[in-house]
Design a protein around this ligand. Sequence first.
Ligand SMILES: Cc1cc2nc3c(=O)[nH]c(=O)nc-3n(C[C@H](O)[C@H](O)[C@H](O)COP(=O)(O)O)c2cc1C
Length: 442
Amino acid sequence: MNLRELLEALSRRGDLAVVRRPVSVDREAAAVIAALGGRPVLFESCQPGSRRVAANLLASRDTIALGLGAPADGLPARLVDALRNPRQPLRTAHAPCQEQVEPEVDLEALPILTHGPRDAGPYVTAGVLIVADPETGPNAAFHRLLRLDRHRFAARLVEGRGTHTAWMRTDRDLPVAVCLGAPIQVLVAAAMSPPAGVDELHIAEALAPTPVVRCQTVPLDVPAESEIILEGRLTHELAPEGPFIDLTGTYDIVREQPVLIIDHITRRRDPVYQALLPGGPEHGLLMGMPREPSIIDAVASVCRVLRVHITPGGASWLHAVVQIDKQHPEDGRRAIEAAFRGHGSLKHVVIVDADVDPFDPRQVEWAIATRVQADRDVVVFPDQPGSSLDPSAHHVPGRKATTAKMGIDATIPWNTPTIAPDRESFARVTYPPADPKTYLEA
Ligand SMILES: Cc1cc2nc3c(=O)[nH]c(=O)nc-3n(C[C@H](O)[C@H](O)[C@H](O)COP(=O)(O)O)c2cc1C
């Protein structure tokens, strides 16, 4: 589904908040988005310029499923399937994103939001950058972009990720297309990290048909149904990027990052600009959820995996709960190691049995309370490559952060010396059903 189709579907369900009065892009819109929790919203008149801005579109699993035309409980299987079976999109001549060409580049005419009190400036937060790696080919990923002036951004490239690797492989400017208001399957695919050489647009096509069109000034294909396309180049000039509120809800540090120059802009006739609240529920879900299939894949190679949840309490990035169907005494430990392979930024992981719901924090804590002995079931891996987002990690500029990682095997132990390994002793007791109304006086 493209962005405007999702807006219509949300509106039909009565889920879309519409703000008709003028709202400033300078902190006011962000405050309204935050106050709405995760509710999707369309601002009809963002100022200056009276532009349309949509936000909170993918803040729940339910709306992501809606946008992909999948049942909510079928979402993990759909993502795993797309990750395993990418498909080449078709080129089209009909490209809504090229309906109009801007006569001149003026990034100040776009309704780019300034979000927080200490932010360095207005930031594009839902832009998907498409580049072609000189060795491995096209790559699509989200990158926040700090607007520097009418033509330039500073782009945050996390070291070692696809865009950063492509940029490092050339001494010249790297051609770039920034897709604003990309179709939903593109937003989900761009948040995934498939092996190098797998184009995220092919994963998007496996999720839903994603026709592409050639850009007008750079040799790159972009999703034809995007709202706005910025064509330009990532230079080797650096500029300070940050402060900016990150996924953890804390301020990220200021870094020297590459300058992105925009040379050409195409768009729909009446584009909707997509905003995404830094540190908000949509940011978390879009970061974390697309990593669940990678963890499922990795754990499936060592034992029977049922469900995986990257939890919101762990900043939707650093913590996961993995539910397995335990068949062997070592399955819990194997699942821990595999989960860390499946998502490199994962810091803490809990493994639970089939009778514990990984989406219910209370049940997960109960499993830790009743099934874990720390000296037997907790594994710590010191000095591992970790997430740049974790303020407690060890950070050295220009290098990957390092961290300790911890896995908790909260599955029923199979070899306790004192208790026979029977599931009965560890099962939650349920009482027979009874209807209280039958027993209470009216
Ligand atoms: C909302 C959102 C914002 C993101 N911002 C950035 C960013 O500023 N810089 C970055 O390097 N990655 C960012 N990411 C992560 C990349 O999109 C993601 O890691 C991608 O999977 C990288 O894959 P790649 O290694 O194939 O390039 C963001 C992801 C999301 C969902």
